[in-house]
Design a protein around this ligand. Structure first.
Ligand code: GAL
Length: 445
């Protein structure tokens, strides 16, 4: 069936791009069959799967080990295996939400010239760091060969391109600005719905606290940074939020300080003093009714909806984080081909899987994300994901990029923000935080 997506406006970092992605029905080009004539006619040859010249294994590096994430990766690996039975996948995933541990290990491996064959990177400035450091192979010819250029939103391609060369294969689009809850808990508390503004959240939170529940669950520091980005977005709006990452919004302005003060209040209604060890245990506090809300990306839909088999709308529900209706705070997971990959040809096969409709349609419904491709099979995206797909493709949706997940800030700025945020959480000094981040932005741009 021919599918044609509507225009998607992707605006983040310095790039505000209007995207028109209408997929032409071109069958993916087949690779010329390898000449296995020497083996032909033997039983072994008939049973032996085709093996790429570079080796029969591929080491895939990610941080998808936890429930709701692993299932997605496993589904894509399973599809890969059906297409490439001769290639063994070494799943080198390192646990820790948002790649906190994986990124450190990866940095060491890249430094030591020992890259995995393909590794996960967020589209945007996080990936740009590796491109600038000359760590990655140019994948433009793979895009041409696979006909991918008109199968992905142009704005997304921009986020993985430098000097006209494309450096990774996006598998998905996640939404960060979401607030998760159980309808049952809200009902118990006499709340008619989740808060539409952070101001309303603070009012609800005061009442919730009196009733002995935690208004907001948080996890490790990256989840607090994730929360910070959604408070900034909700308080400043999409244009000024984007301005924080392209120099147009002054970090020291009264508006930004005001938003940071709100963040401070929001955090005071969280369980930060006994923060959960990762995003799943934080979500568990909402699932078991100890806490009421959790601001998290839609990988939580994979965790609750698939891994935990909770029913959307009945057992759990979600709304845009306060003040962000009509805005998609996006991030995208992509896979790369590092220079010096030991199993280059098998890595290319892996990337072909990542960019394929079958691969994306196996991965994303499990993962809680929508496909990066615009021609994926819509019928596979149900419940929350049907809404996400509709919103992502709605031309009136405003798209901004995630701070905590590598879209709008490079690694140096992100790490400066981590340090400043640690201090801010302890001191509560919004002005000092704004000053530190403003300086860091200038120093790292
Ligand atoms: C993000 C990543 C998501 C999900 C999340 C939680 O950085 O893009 O795919 O893995 O971390 O671990």
């Amino acid at each position: 069936m021919r599918r044609c997506t509507s225009a998607v406006a992707l605006s983040f970092a310095a790039a505000l791009l209007t995207v028109s992605a209408c997929s032409k029905k071109t069958s993916p080009k087949k690779e010329p069959a390898e000449d296995k004539s020497a083996d032909k006619g033997t039983d072994t040859a008939a049973k032996q799967p085709e093996q790429p010249a570079g080796g029969a294994q591929v080491e895939v590096f990610s941080w998808w080990t936890g429930p709701g994430e692993q299932e997605g990766l496993d589904a894509m690996i399973a599809d890969f295996k059906t297409k490439n039975p001769g290639i063994e996948v070494i799943n080198a995933a390192v646990s820790g939400g948002a790649g906190t541990n994986a990124k450190a290990i990866l940095a060491n491996r890249l430094q030591a010239g020992n890259p995995p064959d393909s590794y996960q990177r967020h589209a945007g400035l996080e990936l740009a760091d590796d491109i600038k450091a000359d760590k990655l192979e140019d994948l433009t010819s793979l895009y041409d060969q696979q006909g991918w250029k008109d199968k992905m939103p142009k704005g997304l391609l921009e986020a993985i391109t430098i000097d006209g060369k494309i450096y990774s294969v996006p598998v998905n689009i996640h939404r960060a600005n979401l607030m998760w809850f159980l309808p049952k808990t809200l009902k118990e508390l006499g709340l008619s719905g989740p808060p539409k503004t952070w101001k309303e959240f603070l009012t609800q939170a005061a009442a919730i606290k009196k009733k002995g529940k935690t208004p907001l669950a948080v996890g490790p520091q990256w989840t607090q940074k994730h929360l910070l980005e959604t408070v900034l977005l909700g308080e400043l709006g999409p244009d000024k939020y984007t301005g924080l990452w392209n120099g147009k919004t002054d970090w020291k302005s009264a508006e930004v300080i005001g938003a940071l003060e709100t963040f401070k209040k929001v955090l005071s209604f969280s369980d930060i003093k006994t923060a959960a060890a990762d995003w799943q245990p934080a979500a568990d506090r909402v699932a078991d009714g100890t806490a009421v809300y959790f601001v998290m990306g839609d990988w939580l839909d994979g965790y609750w909806g698939r891994a935990k088999k909770m029913a959307f709308k009945t057992d759990y529900d979600v709304a845009p984080s306060p003040g962000t209706t009509g805005i998609y705070d996006f991030l995208s997971d992509s896979f790369t081909l590092p220079k010096g990959a030991k199993n280059h040809d098998a890595a290319v096969k892996w990337l072909e899987e990542c960019g394929s409709t079958e691969g994306q349609d196996a991965f994303n419904p499990q993962k809680g994300s929508v496909p990066a491709r615009t021609d994926a099979d819509k019928s596979k995206y149900k419940d929350y994901l049907a809404v996400a797909l509709k919103d992502w493709q709605d031309p009136s949706t405003k798209i901004v990029g995630s701070l905590a997940h590598g879209a709008v800030a490079n690694n140096a700025l992100n790490s400066e923000i981590d340090t400043a945020l640690g201090l801010f959480a302890a001191s509560g000094d919004a002005k000092a935080f704004a000053e530190a981040v403003g300086k860091a932005y200038e120093a790292t741009k």
